[in-house]
Design a binder for this molecule. Structure first.
Ligand code: KG4
Ligand code: ZN
Length: 358
């Protein structure tokens, strides 16, 4: 079957076409995966503004579709299923994708399946291209129960994955998401948008060096699996002016890099502590990472080391960095696993607050 997938939950317009053959051990062939990014808008305004992002999705979708089809060398009449993200995310943006999918579904008489954005960040790991060297070129063997850590600009959730389709949110952020914290801290430091990749790039030179300023690790010792990142951002806000001054005019780049490394480490420490606790408590056999922040190389490295030290039997499953951030392909994979849940184009709705489990 051929799946056309549409992603517009935040500021990336993604369309992918995925061909799946076989049923028991499906084989995935990526025909196209096109992303029209709104990074320039984000850079200009220092963040995502739903109304502007919505307009950009409306502008981008038709051309993105045309590019995806021409790269896949097929036409809409060759599509068997449309998958579209219907939540969670920015609701005005979600509606653009959902309405686009509705139009295609009704005009071409193609069934449509709604996809949960968080589930698609998890299920993208079922693509054979993921970065686990042991499973290269074949479908990864992901053993259950698994713990998934989904860390993005909008969400930070630890999820128990009993099997595909059976999820329980064990904990989540009570305020800002981890990616949001990276983005807001980058803004305080006078860096660009999105903050995560910039902070991680700056921090590479200084990881492991002692930092002259220790930031808090909020909620690191609480017994639950919840997070709180807004206090970390506030701590950076108060510490930064004095910290920057102490480096002097000529050393501002060093001040930024040093603070960037400390911000990144504070976030990593909390994410790792809570996730490892969940793996132990639920005797999980795999750890699945997903969401934009999971592109962070230092986070990946430290998770790998920690598992090798403490839980060597637990397999670390991570997507290719380009598939950590929002894209259409992850929606296509999730659409495939949900192919039985098609709905009428008249009924499909976007829901900004959709939950993966009750
Ligand atoms: O999953 P995603 O593309 O969109 C949402 O669903 O929110 O995640 C975007 C977030 C942004 O906050 C961005 O700063 C963060 O992912 N991010 C990173 C890295 N790459 C993207 N954070 C840390 N390190 C990175 N390398
Ligand atoms: Zn996302």
């Amino acid at each position: 079957m051929r799946i056309l997938a549409i992603e517009t939950s935040c500021d990336d317009t993604g369309i992918a076409i995925l061909e799946v053959t076989g049923t028991k051990n499906p084989s995935f062939k990526v025909l196209s995966n096109i992303i029209a990014s709104q990074v320039e808008l984000g850079e200009k305004y220092g963040g995502v503004y739903p109304i502007m992002a919505k307009r950009a999705h409306e502008e981008n979708l038709p051309l993105t579709l045309e590019t995806a089809l021409s790269q896949a060398k097929i036409s809409l009449k060759n599509i068997d299923l449309i998958a579209v993200t219907n939540g969670p995310g920015l609701e005005p943006c979600l509606w653009v994708g959902v309405n686009f999918a509705k139009n295609l579904s009704s005009s071409w008489n193609i069934p449509i399946v709604p996809v949960n954005h968080i589930e698609s960040h998890i299920l993208v790991n079922w693509l054979p291209t993921h970065e686990n060297p042991k499973s290269e070129n074949r479908n990864p063997k992901i053993e259950f129960p698994a713990i998934a850590l989904v860390v993005s600009g909008g969400h930070t959730q630890i999820i128990l994955v009993k099997k595909i389709g059976q999820y329980k949110i064990l904990g989540e952020t009570r305020d800002d998401a981890a990616g949001e914290c990276f983005d807001k801290c980058a803004k305080i430091l006078g860096l660009g948008y999105p903050g995560g990749p910039i902070i991680s790039q700056l921090a590479t030179k200084l990881v492991g060096c002692p930092t002259p300023h220790q930031l808090p690790r909020p909620m690191i010792n609480t017994k639950d699996y919840d997070f709180s990142f807004s206090g970390l951002k506030t701590a950076v806000l108060y510490a930064w002016p004095t910290f920057a001054k102490s480096f002097g005019e000529a050393m501002q780049k060093n001040a930024q890099a040093t603070m960037a490394a400390e911000i990144q480490q504070a976030i990593i420490d909390v994410l790792i502590k809570k996730t490892i606790k969940a793996i132990k408590d639920y005797k999980a056999k795999s750890l699945i990472l997903g969401g934009g922040v999971s592109a962070n190389q230092e986070l990946r490295k430290q998770f790998k080391n920690k598992l090798e030290e403490e839980l060597p039997h637990v397999e670390l499953i991570v997507p290719k960095p380009a598939l950590s951030t929002d894209n259409g392909l992850m929606v296509a994979v999730a659409g495939y696993f949900n192919k039985k849940n098609t709905v009428s184009w008249k009924k499909i709705q976007a829901n900004g607050n959709l939950r993966i489990s009750k």
